[in-house]
Ligand binder design. Structure first.
Ligand code: PSV
Ligand code: MN
Ligand code: MN
Length: 388
């Protein structure tokens, strides 16, 4: 079945940001398996990300994580990325690997620790000034393990105060995206556990503060597409961290565990205008490739997002509205399922070829010899960051 031209036009705009840490070695708390060819520096991570973009045309930006990706001169790094055909994207802050943050960072009861965490955010803003990045991502590990351990209400006030100090330093074109996560590493309470809490803080801060939705950060059974619809309605969906999960924050390849969920999310993204670049929703991956190849893993991920976007664009919205409005439950459901079950892979392969890209990016990568070359060139690659 040919894909309608307007679907292809909308796909032209799609761009998915790759996380630098996806190219490093990662694992579980049990073992980090070393993979041949793993990047040793941020420059090598960017080079790998550029391969994904060159073969798919879908991934023109790379997100940094500070301090994992620290360099002396970020302008030079941005130029280097530009030479490889990508730009530097979201800057991810890190207030979860320092002893001082054992009991919290932006929410800590000690003003000196809060101040240290705020200074780290300022450092990230300076990186953004140099790279031209738009978004500062804040994910906090802050929380408590036992009832009574912390003042869960006062911590909200401290958080609001800390965030406002960061917000006040944002440049005109810069944004703060606040990511939520329902548990882990804290198990009793987390200071930003859900979209509502993130929304409350972002709404208080102002229009440059938006919610980051990581698809792996919800309780099982949560209707994520509803959250997407609501945040787009409110104009507060800043960015996605895409991944998939079977149990908790598994960080597996997006669309691997539940392609139907990804389809439903993309359907609401499209309905809410989130695919329109003018609405500035950032689509990022937040994944770790523990046992699979990292570059092919990222290729598969962006193709999965594109595939489910194409299927979601095929939803016959006129028929869907008619069925919804006439109370025809099964017809409405069938409209969605018809689109979901449409195999668009051959169409997308053709679409790629028409743009000078390989029909099969995975095969093209395997044939390119790039992996064999980095296996030889790079010895002693880095961990993704956690535990490094
Ligand atoms: C930890 O859960 C986490 O996976 C968050 O999702 C962040 O986005 C990511 O780490 C990188 O800091
Ligand atoms: Mn995330
Ligand atoms: Mn996570």
């Amino acid at each position: 079945m040919p894909i309608p031209t307007d679907v292809l036009t909308q796909l032209e705009h799609q761009s998915i940001e790759l996380p630098s840490w996806a190219f490093g070695n990662s694992g579980t708390r049990f073992k980090v398996f070393a993979t041949p060819g793993t990047p040793r520096t941020i420059e090598e991570k960017i080079a790998d990300a550029a391969q994904v973009n060159a073969l798919t045309g879908l991934a023109p930006a790379v997100a940094l994580h500070i301090p994992w990706d620290k360099v002396g001169d970020y302008t030079v790094l941005a130029d280097y990325a530009g030479e490889l055909g990508v730009k530097l994207g979201t800057v991810n802050s890190n207030t979860f690997q320092d002893d001082d943050y054992k009991f919290g960072s932006l929410t800590h009861s000690d003003p000196a620790i809060r101040s240290k965490a705020i200074d780290h955010m300022y450092e990230c803003l300076e990186v953004m000034d140099a790279t031209g990045s738009r978004d500062l991502k804040i994910w906090l590990a802050d929380g408590t393990n036992y009832p009574g351990q912390g003042d869960i209400r006062a911590r909200q006030d401290w958080l609001a105060d800390s965030l406002s100090k960061v917000y006040d330093r944002l440049g005109d074109e810069q944004r703060l995206v606040l990511e939520y996560k329902f548990f882990e590493p804290a198990f009793y309470h987390t200071d930003v556990p859900d979209w509502g809490t993130s929304y409350v803080h972002c709404a208080a801060l102002g229009e440059k503060a938006l919610v980051c939705l990581d698809t792996g950060h919800h309780a099982p059974g949560t209707n994520i597409e509803f959250i997407v619809a609501q945040l787009l309605r409110l104009g507060k969906l800043g960015s996605f961290d895409f991944n998939s999960r079977f149990y908790a924050d598994d960080d597996l390849i997006v669309g691997a565990a539940d392609p139907f969920q990804l389809f439903r999310i993309m359907h609401e993204v499209i309905r809410g205008g989130g695919l329109d670049p003018a609405n500035n929703v950032a689509f990022m991956l937040d994944q770790c490739h523990n046992v699979e190849g990292k570059i092919p893993g990222q290729i598969r991920s962006v193709l999965n997002v594109q595939e489910m976007t194409a299927r979601a664009l095929l939803v016959d919205t006129t028929a869907l509205n008619a069925a919804q409005n006439s109370g025809d439950v099964l017809a409405a459901n069938a409209v969605l399922m018809d689109a979901f079950y449409t195999d668009v892979r051959a169409n997308l392969a053709e679409w790629r070829e028409s743009r000078g890209l390989p029909a099969d990016p995975t095969a093209a990568f395997a044939a390119s010899g790039y992996q064999e070359k980095i296996n030889v060139d790079r010895q002693g690659g880095q961990q993704a960051g956690w535990g490094a």
